[in-house]
Design a protein around this ligand. Structure first.
Ligand code: SF4
Length: 314
């Protein structure tokens, strides 16, 4: 079926039922186009908590996002179009590792990036996203009256939070990373800047420090989007150092501006595992339990506190 026709069919099915579709900025553009809410992790978590009144939520994002939505909405049915959409960063940190780090560093708070399993979140004091990591590190260190925090699993985001907050972040582990963002090198940036010398460079905090230091702006997907939106009309060229989906979103929303990817093929293949056909299937089979995301109650009960604390702090 042609994409437009399938999108129309999806919109019709959605309107006839008690369901919303949330989509991350890294989703294929044709999915973003049929979503009710589009955003980064923090915005979508907040939306799932505050703006969703439907019985069903279809979450077009990776596993941890759908799990988070399910934890904060235990009474709703959260469905993921393709349960193979798993963020590989989460595998860098297990609950056993967190327990070991806590034993080695008694008294330090544990900050866990939302890109982690629910079982890891359950071991933490507070969660964070790339949009609020600096603020969370500052606030939790003040609450515990300490000059250092345990932070995982992304070592680059931990490094960024440490750089800006001046609070030491002990990385859990020191090699945790996102394969999409960490592949961008300073040489890539020099090459793309030579090509587009008038463009401003915006990068995600999951990039390595050498790359972040060459940027005009470092921020989460939502922050980058807002930066472009609020930038004066004379500035109309941007090099984007994050997944291509955000560039596609901004190219649609700001047609007078030009966007270039910091490097070819900045694609999160896990985010791209969803497609319109799978969403159409779900809309016709909302009660298919195979696609429902459920976190074991004993883990959900412990993971909800650090998630809610994050939402309260940010
Ligand atoms: S972009 Fe990186 S951190 Fe985000 S879902 Fe993909 S692999 Fe995970």
């Amino acid at each position: 079926m042609p994409i437009k026709q399938l999108q129309e069919e999806i919109i019709k099915l959605k309107q006839e039922q008690d369901v919303v579709i949330l989509a991350h900025y890294y989703q294929p553009i044709e999915i973003q186009e049929i979503a009710d809410f589009i955003g980064g992790s923090l915005k979508l978590s907040r939306t799932a908590k505050e703006n969703v009144n439907t019985e069903y939520i279809i979450f077009a994002g990776v596993d941890f996002m759908a799990e988070t939505a399910s934890i904060i909405n235990p009474e709703k049915h959260v469905l993921i179009p393709n349960y193979e959409a798993c963020c590989p960063m989460a595998a860098f940190l297990t609950p056993e590792m967190v327990k070991e780090f806590k034993k080695e560093h008694p008294g330090l708070p544990v900050v866990v990036y939302v890109n982690s399993t629910a079982a890891v979140k359950a071991e933490s004091d507070i969660c964070c996203t790339s949009a609020n990591a600096v603020k969370i590190v500052k606030n939790i260190s003040q609450e515990f009256n300490v000059e250092a925090v345990l932070f995982g699993p992304d070592a680059n985001l931990a490094d960024y939070a440490e750089q800006i907050s001046n609070i030491k972040t002990i990385k859990m582990p020191d090699k945790g990373h996102c394969y999409v963002h960490s592949q961008i090198t300073a040489d890539d940036i020099k090459t793309v800047k030579e090509k587009y010398s008038k463009a401003e460079l915006l990068v995600h905090p999951e990039c390595i420090r050498d790359v972040r230091e060459l940027a005009d702006y470092v921020g989460s997907t939502t922050h980058m989007y807002n930066y472009v939106k609020e930038r004066s009309p004379e500035i109309n060229e941007f090099i984007i150092g994050t997944e291509v989906g955000l560039l596609e979103r901004m190219a649609q929303d700001f047609p007078k501006k030009n966007f270039y990817l910091a490097k070819d093929k900045l694609i999160c293949y896990q985010m791209k595992k969803h497609n319109l056909e799978l969403i159409e299937y779900l809309l016709k089979n909302l009660d298919d339990k195979a696609f429902e995301v459920k976190v074991p109650p004993e883990i959900a009960k412990r993971a909800i506190n650090p998630i809610e604390k994050m939402l309260d702090f940010s």
